[in-house]
Design a protein around this ligand. Structure first.
Ligand code: SF4
Length: 361
């Protein structure tokens, strides 16, 4: 076990085995998840023998922050920052590289984090799909992306800046790493950790139905988002290979079940690709879907990559699409492409220094 992915109960067990009192568990949890210590040397409230035990048994590894880049001041999305992390797993003798993004808006500070290194799926608009898949991230690797970003921001940007939101929308399909993702979300939500409200934590799936079913049956309190991207089954399969496994109609059935049980909006993410999913027939079908689901909203995201000779929509095309949905009473939002200049926008993770060398295309 690693101490930075253990619950308080698991840490109690750990200290029991070391013949240490149970209160140490909460102390350690606070040290790691509230005070965000990244080095055992900072565990000053613990006796040296405990610190040495942790060090000698390698129970507290840290990620290497390999690279970061910010959007220049003066830009609409200034403050957006991209981070590339690496972890060299000595047991597996290979390294995992993954990326995270810190997004700044007027009211929010959002950490967009990865759940896998690469992705086993192949969404045709996504750069992550073009690099080799290196596996699931463990709970501590998911959490530490956030903790290191906070450290970096507090040290270099604003010592008082606080994280408000977390989205699992970086590299990977979160529901293919369900246990570690949910455990990380619970630790982020924990009152003795960062205490991020469950409604401020969003897990986004490409449509892994068993994961959604499990999420519902476990009554997980976090927000759910679905990467929809096309309203017709066959065409969606061409955009996203997951649709050949879990069809659109089955996906929409389980989404409806979610909204009926949770009585809250589900978010559909929709990458806008001219001539592919932005025509009149697509709008009409999206309106039908929205009416049947009832509790839903759309986040419209312009295509940020240029695979398959597609082009990004113009501002005019985006606003027209949004307006047509809204005219039919559908909630549709457009928040631009923060971080596009630094390859940090949606679909672009892997298009940056370090990882781009591995692109298969
Ligand atoms: S969009 Fe998400 S699920 Fe699809 S390939 Fe990219 S990372 Fe994987």
């Amino acid at each position: 076990m690693f101490i930075h992915e253990s619950t308080i109960e698991e840490l109690k067990e750990f200290f029991l085995q070391l013949n240490e009192p149970p209160y140490r568990a909460e102390q350690l949890f606070l040290r790691i998840h509230k005070h965000l210590s990244l080095s055992v040397e900072e565990f000053t409230e613990f006796p040296k023998k405990i610190r040495n035990y942790i060090l000698e048994n390698h129970l507290f590894p840290v990620l290497n922050l390999n690279y970061y880049e910010s959007v220049d001041e003066g830009s609409d999305d200034s403050g957006t920052q991209k981070f590339i992390f690496e972890y060299q797993d000595t047991k597996e003798s290979r390294s995992r590289i993954f990326e995270s993004v810190w997004l700044v808006s007027e009211k929010r500070r959002t950490a967009c984090i990865s759940s896998q290194s690469g992705c086993s799926l192949n969404c045709t608009f996504c750069a992550t799909a073009k690099i080799p898949f290196k596996g699931n991230l463990s709970t501590w690797q998911i959490l530490q992306q956030i903790y290191q970003m906070i450290h970096h921001r507090n040290k270099h940007v604003d010592p008082k800046e606080k994280l408000t939101n977390v989205v699992f929308m970086g590299m990977g399909e979160p529901f293919y790493n369900y246990d570690n993702v949910i455990k990380a979300a619970k630790i982020l939500n924990h009152p003795k950790g960062l205490n991020i409200g469950s409604r401020h934590i969003t897990i986004s799936t490409s449509g892994v139905i068993p994961g959604i079913e499990r999420f519902i049956s476990e009554k997980q309190p976090f927000n759910l988002a679905i990467s929809l991207n096309h309203p017709f089954n066959e065409e969606r399969s061409m955009l996203m290979d997951i649709n050949t496994k879990y069809s659109l109609s089955d996906l929409l059935k389980v989404v409806k079940k979610y909204t009926q049980i949770y009585k809250r909006n589900i978010t559909f993410e929709y990458i806008l690709i001219p001539d592919v999913n932005m025509n009149k027939e697509h709008i009409n079908e999206l309106v039908k879907i929205a009416k049947s689901i009832r509790f839903c909203k759309f986040n419209l995201i312009p295509l940020n990559t240029n695979f398959n000779n597609w082009r990004s929509p113009t501002q005019e095309e985006i606003l027209k699409f949004q307006e047509e949905l809204r005219n039919h009473g559908v909630l549709a939002f457009y928040r631009g492409s923060p971080g596009k200049k630094i390859n940090a926008a949606c679909g672009m993770l892997a298009l940056q220094k370090g990882i781009s060398n591995e692109l298969k295309v």
